[in-house]
Design a protein around this ligand. Structure first.
Ligand code: NAD
Length: 378
């Protein structure tokens, strides 16, 4: 197969879909890899590394002719979609639920579009789970950013000039990003507490040395596939009120709460921010989905009443080397499922294909996208 790796074009995107090591493995498996000039430079992989691994390194104009599969991290822009020949497979974080109209465009271009964020949460697909590999990075980086903005130490220190108490860190949402944030904040010596609507994560939070905050919602909010369900307005309001004091007592709050296909829930109200001491920091890991804090400005860092609110978007792209390496391995693992006898084999009898294949032959196949489009038109 001819696999093509374009340079990402989204603002701030520094990742690349395939790194030279993976390219080398794919070439050994018999594939031809064509990489756009400079595609990996911002991630720490210059063109020479791709050439050494056996890839063709070409200008954008020579990229797509004869391609079987285009491997992207984010979405190709409209201009690029026009250049990809109909029938080509395209994989990437295509965000079908955030903007189902984009999926209509993919169908109109007759692409076979594969959404990497839709990989099912099943044991067989763990090695392809891009949401996990990238959220892990987001959780780590959020703590590093918090430490950067906090005018305090994280660890307890006993010095000749007196004792410094440890920082108090609160992590809201204990999925992949939240658990990594807890582990990272603990490694830096902070006193950490964690909270999630899914009661099942209590033991995971505790096993990382953090305290689990308990709040009775009246029902567990565990939804399908290990994800959370959206709370009712009454539950959400009760939760926000209960949480405000915990937020006020924290030096750092890192919210990571997401509900698939929805705007991120607001967990931190303006009033809760007002309860925080000047110098405190919120790093809103949910900024890409609108933010968990009512005052977050996605893409910006603001200071309000002395509290710094970090709304940096696309945190994984700020650690592009490891983010690309892990993404690349996720893609390699997926190829094991979708390539048979050196040809693409998108067998919809396989759960992984069924969940991720958005479009084929001009048709939208992805049920959640169809439902989102039908809902939007109703
Ligand atoms: P996510 O990114 O969708 O959400 C982050 C966290 O926010 C979740 O833990 C969710 O419960 C929580 N949340 C949602 N609304 C909330 C609210 N109002 N208040 C507080 N917290 C709220 O989730 P994720 O990180 O992708 O992980 C979801 C689950 O899937 C985890 O249990 C994870 O371990 C599991 N998982 C399984 C596999 C697998 O089996 N292959 C792979 C990865 C993750």
């Amino acid at each position: 197969m001819l696999i093509v790796v374009p340079k990402e074009t989204a603002e701030g995107e520094r990742r690349v879909a395939l790194v030279p090591d993976t390219v080398g493995r794919m070439i050994k498996a018999g594939h031809t890899i064509r990489v756009e000039r400079d595609a990996g430079t911002r991630a720490g992989f210059p063109d020479q590394m791709y050439a050494d691994a056996g890839a063709q390194v070409v200008d954008h104009g020579a990229l797509f002719a004869g391609a079987d599969l285009v491997a992207h991290v984010g979405r190709p822009g409209d201009g690029e979609l026009d250049q990809i020949p109909p029938g080509t497979a395209l994989l990437g974080l295509l965000a079908p639920l955030g903007d189902p109209a984009y999926v209509e465009k993919l169908a109109a271009h007759k692409l076979r579009a594969i959404s990497m964020e839709s990989i099912p949460r099943i044991t067989r697909a763990q090695s392809m789970d891009v949401l996990s590999s990238q959220s892990n990075i987001a959780g780590y980086k959020a703590v590093i950013l918090a430490a950067e903005y906090l005018p305090k130490f994280f660890p307890m220190l006993t010095t000749a000039a007196g004792t410094i108490p440890p920082a108090k860190v609160l992590i809201l949402g204990a999925g992949v990003a939240g658990l990594q944030a807890i582990a990272t904040a603990r490694r830096l010596g902070a006193v950490v507490s964690g909270y999630d609507v899914r009661a099942v994560v209590k033991e995971q939070v505790q096993s990382l040395g953090a305290t689990f905050l308990e709040f009775d919602l009246g029902a567990d909010a565990e939804g399908s596939g290990g994800y959370a369900k959206e709370l009712t307005p009454e539950q959400a309001e009760r939760q926000r009120q209960w949480m405000a004091d915990h937020i006020g007592n924290s030096d750092v709050v890192i919210p990571t709460a997401l509900v698939p296909g929805r705007r991120a829930p607001i967990l931190i109200t303006e009033e809760a921010v007002r309860k925080m001491r000047p110098g405190s920091v919120i790093v809103d890991v949910a900024a890409d989905a609108g933010g968990n804090c009512a005052l977050t400005k996605p893409g910006e860092v603001i200071v309000t009443n002395g509290v710094t609110i970090v709304g940096t978007k696309n945190l994984p792209a700020t650690m592009p080397l490891h983010a690309s390496q892990l993404y690349s391995r996720n893609v390699l693992a997926l190829l094991d499922v979708i390539v048979k006898d050196a040809k693409l084999n998108l067998d919809r009898g396989d759960e992984i294909v069924r969940d991720t294949l958005l479009t084929q032959d001009g048709e939208i196949l992805h049920e959640p996208t169809k439902a989102a489009l039908a809902g939007g038109r109703a």
